[in-house]
Design a protein around this ligand. Structure first.
Ligand code: PMV
Length: 396
């Protein structure tokens, strides 16, 4: 087992195009959002496993000796055990969660215990570790925060147990794992996501692991070659929404008006494909006209999503405020409130960006300037920290 401190980060995700249409077999493009979750793992010798999640105010500690004595044979069914509902029930007993434990807290703890006990069980003795996970991502906003959490845990635990090598070389500030190692991280992270979400599509953990941009259709996920990193404003309207209700609403509208709604879904599919083509072109030979195409695609899709019934007054307001400044926005994810993205063209003056952020903030929204197409799960040096990791650590 490794004895050094590990610092890992993984990105969130946004859907660029194809939300809702993807439920009906069309293409979606999901991209890594450079708002990241960070994890620091310190091996220690006090015989405890400590888990702190400062964003949600959680601190848990378990005795390694107690965990070691527990019957965790339910995890030993081959290489990667599927977290069935029965297994999750057993984990709850192991965790010792109180009955009144908040849902987010209990799911985060169960996903951790599942990954810790499953990945570390091959060690002669379970390791004593101190783990802190914190995030720049708002949680529960459809930005893949739980996937980034599972990806960070899987990467750090596999590395500390030497199931995959630490890719960080002397003098590196940051580095990434090989394709094979990322595949293993992604497999485990998917299981962590299953503990949290039951039956997720796997796209969030895939984006968080691989980074960049992914095309997703009927369970098939593939990476876009050389996607450009695009600057965006991400806006959280903070209007709560329910993905399940919105998805059901679109289904009802499709059943009620098949002749009208099916062509909308086909058109959204074509928007995703055109966007994929333009992103490919931008990776090869970037040109300003490509941004104009991306903006038109954003506008058309936003209108389609409104026609599907998943818009919201807050999202209209976001579009109007940015439109008044010559910028183009669409909702991302389920809609009905939640988050939207605004494309920032290169050459846009910083005071203009700041003024837009200010205007959105005064609508009561949260707004971040960030990028999409960001790198996937990465390992950072604990000694030569880049300023962003340092800032995140200072905030702990
Ligand atoms: O829950 P969100 O905001 O990540 O959005 C889900 C995207 C949908 O296409 C609306 C639903 C789905 O399962 O793909």
């Amino acid at each position: 087992m490794l004895s050094e401190v590990l610092l890992v980060s993984a990105p969130g995700k946004v859907i660029l195009h194809g939300e809702h249409a993807v439920v009906h077999g069309k293409v979606a493009l999901a991209v890594a959002l450079n708002l990241r979750t960070f994890l620091r793992l310190q091996p220690h010798s006090n015989g405890k496993v400590d888990l702190s999640l400062p964003n949600i105010g959680i601190k848990w500690a378990w005795d390694v000796a107690r965990l070691q004595l527990l019957d965790t044979s339910f995890l030993e069914q081959g290489d990667i055990t599927t977290p069935t509902p029965e297994l999750v029930e057993k984990l709850k007993e192991v965790a010792g969660l109180p009955d009144d434990c908040a849902v987010t807290e209990s799911l985060a703890v169960l996903a951790f215990l599942y990954l810790y006990l499953s990945i570390c069980r091959k060690q002669r003795a379970l390791p004593s570790l101190d783990i802190v996970v914190w995030s720049e991502l708002p949680h529960g906003a459809g930005l893949g925060s739980s996937a980034a959490y599972s990806v960070c845990l899987a990467a750090a635990l596999l590395t500390v147990c030497e199931e995959i090598p630490n890719p960080l070389k002397d003098g590196d500030c940051v580095n990434r794992w090989t394709k094979e190692d990322l595949e293993l991280i992604n497999k485990w992270a998917f299981q962590g996501e299953r503990v949290i979400h039951g039956n997720p599509s796997g796209v969030d953990n895939a984006v968080s692991t691989w980074g960049g941009a992914l095309r997703y259709q009927q369970g098939k996920i593939s990476s876009l070659k050389r996607p450009p990193a695009l600057q965006i404003l991400l806006t959280n309207t903070k209007v709560p929404r329910n993905t399940r209700t919105l998805v059901a609403g679109v289904r009802n509208r499709l059943l009620k008006f098949p002749e009208i709604v099916a062509p909308l879904l086909t058109s959204i599919d074509a928007i995703s494909l055109e966007c994929e083509r333009v992103l490919g072109e931008m990776g090869e030979a970037p040109a300003p006209e490509q941004y104009l195409v991306l903006e038109e695609l954003i506008d058309m899709n936003q209108h389609h999503l409104n026609a599907l019934g998943v818009g919201h007054a807050s999202l209209d307001q976001l579009c109007q405020v940015t439109r008044a400044r010559g910028l183009h926005s669409k909702l991302t994810g389920a809609g009905g409130g939640g988050c939207g993205i605004t494309l920032l063209k290169p050459g846009l003056e910083q005071p203009e960006v700041e003024a837009t952020k200010q205007a959105l903030t005064s609508c009561g929204f949260d707004c971040w300037e960030t990028s999409i197409g960001a790198p996937g799960v990465s390992i950072h040096s604990a000694t030569s920290l880049d300023s962003r990791v340092q800032q995140a650590l200072d905030g702990l």
